[in-house]
Design a protein around this ligand. Structure first.
Ligand code: BGP
Length: 471
């Protein structure tokens, strides 16, 4: 048994677009995700997607009741930027949607659940992609900042923990770096510009939050990958450092330290992907660093030195400096294709302690998506998700060990509270403590893990035995 400190948060998360559904959605309120769904529905598993999602718009009160039943104390979701306005440039608030957020916050608070809100979980308005090519434009940085200001004004009295973005690196990496998602435009320079503009937008939102003197704190949810080199050779070690630089430090450094790593700037200049910031904007980034961090952590990343020379016709990609290493014998979540390596929690905690001054942070996402969960239903129809219980247990074990050794990690938020829609995988892999049936009612039912999670919250002991090796 491992003791869970009294103040350690055990919560759960989700996002607006992955739960809400289009009930009440108005003309012109598509987000980037919805545009993609409409353009390429065939890539979404069985055609499911954001259209109905979990029908949270209509069923949120039921979910809040279930949270109460699970004794949940913290819940993170996002405000849907695309739905929050009827005009994203004139910033005309959609009062119907804004009232929904009000009700959600009030019901959560009444149920003893602290709401944590994220301003963008991929819900960039599609109208701003049409007008300005999204984050390619400095103008969108300012429109986002105004949006943040309005959101703080409306909800800052009750919401005390804010996040500027969820995983700000993801969309442009899939769309413009790897070009595996609509609109399939490979453009590494644009990738870097989007990265930079989101860093700047986050700093501007932090500035507004601080300047207005709200009682609370603001940070960003990042998805750093704990990178492991294949070997101790200097070549593999360099591959590890380069991956870390291009995918982790690229957000960590400016957001926590207030400046970009010199090496990154030089490489951007060398490979013609430099984003040419103004001195004034760099000063904003320098001055307005985050109060705390959210860290989404699911799997490790393993790399080795590249074995082949970069093709001269292929545009620059950080992969020039590394190759993904496939560790023989690794444990897998085959439904998702992600390696399971619970020690990432401990290693990430130490990474933050060593490199970022032990800034306060929490795990904002970790969890296990499993395909065909109905096969684990017992005679009463309850999902017996022992694999999820084991997954959480092992990850929490390593996290709590780091906390005991001085990591500044304040909690663990499970992804997700209910099953929800994944980009492309839709409802293929189920993540929730609460099952969602794909019937018209989107019926909810508690899985075995829900009662187990409640017992962790109540008793504050993690049942964990190191398994002896059976030879
Ligand atoms: C994170 C995202 C979540 C969620 C989760 C699970 O990266 O912040 O939105 O989707 O991953 O991954 P997936 O849904 O792709 O299985």
């Amino acid at each position: 048994m491992v003791k869970i400190p009294e103040t350690f948060i055990l919560g759960a998360a989700s996002s607006a677009w992955q739960t809400e559904g289009w009930q009440g959605k108005k003309e012109g309120q598509d987000s980037y995700l919805e545009r993609w769904y409409k353009e390429e529905r065939f890539v979404w598993h069985n055609g499911y997607g954001p259209a109905v999602a979990t029908n949270f718009m209509e069923k949120f009160s039921e979910d809040v009741e279930l949270m109460q039943e699970v004794h949940l104390t913290h819940y993170r979701t996002s405000i849907n930027w695309a739905r929050f306005f009827t005009d994203h440039e004139q910033l005309i608030v959609d009062e119907d949607y804004a009232a929904h957020i009000d009700q959600l916050i009030d019901q959560l608070l009444a149920a003893g659940v602290e709401p944590m809100l994220c301003l963008e979980h991929y819900e960039l308005p599609a109208s701003l992609m049409d007008a300005y090519d999204g984050w390619s434009s400095r103008k969108v940085v300012d429109l986002y900042t105004r949006y943040a200001e309005i959101a703080f004004e409306r909800y800052g009295d009750r919401v005390k923990q804010w996040f500027t973005f969820n995983e700000p690196i993801v969309i442009q990496t899939r769309c413009y770096l790897d070009a595996i998602r609509w609109p399939h435009e490979q453009n590494t320079k644009k990738w870097m510009l989007w990265n930079y503009h989101k860093v700047l937008a986050s700093a501007q939102a932090v500035a507004v939050y601080h300047e207005k003197g709200y009682e609370g704190r603001i940070g960003c949810v990042l998805n750093p990958e704990m990178v492991y080199a294949r070997s101790s050779s200097p070549e593999d070690q360099k591959a590890q450092k380069m991956y870390d630089l291009f995918f982790n430090r690229i957000f960590f450094d400016p957001m926590v330290k207030g400046h970009y790593p010199e090496e990154l700037i030089t490489l951007c200049q060398t490979y013609d992907i430099y984003f040419d910031p103004t001195e004034e904007d760099l000063e904003t980034i320098r001055t307005h660093t985050v109060d705390f961090l959210g860290v989404n952590q699911y799997y490790p990343k393993r790399v080795r030195a590249p074995r082949y020379q970069w093709h001269s016709d292929t545009p620059f990609h950080p992969e020039m400096f590394y190759e993904t290493f496939d560790l023989p014998g690794k444990q897998m979540n085959n439904s998702r294709g992600w390696e399971i390596y619970p020690k990432v929690m401990y290693d990430m905690a130490n990474y933050l302690k060593e490199n970022y001054g032990n800034i306060p942070w929490l795990i904002t996402e970790n969890g296990m998506g499993r395909e065909n969960e109905e096969q684990y239903m017992d005679a009463t129809g309850q999902v017996q998700d022992d694999y999820r219980i084991q997954f959480i247990t092992e990850h929490l074990y390593w996290l709590l060990k780091a906390v005991e050794e001085g990591a500044n990690c304040e909690g663990y938020m499970l992804w997700a509270f209910t099953d929800c829609v994944s980009p492309m995988n839709a409802f293929k892999n189920r993540y929730g403590l609460v099952r969602i049936e794909l019937n018209e009612e989107r019926t909810r039912s508690l899985k075995k893990s829900a009662a187990w999670y409640r017992s962790l919250i109540d008793e504050r002991w993690l049942p964990f035995e190191e398994k002896p090796l059976i030879l």
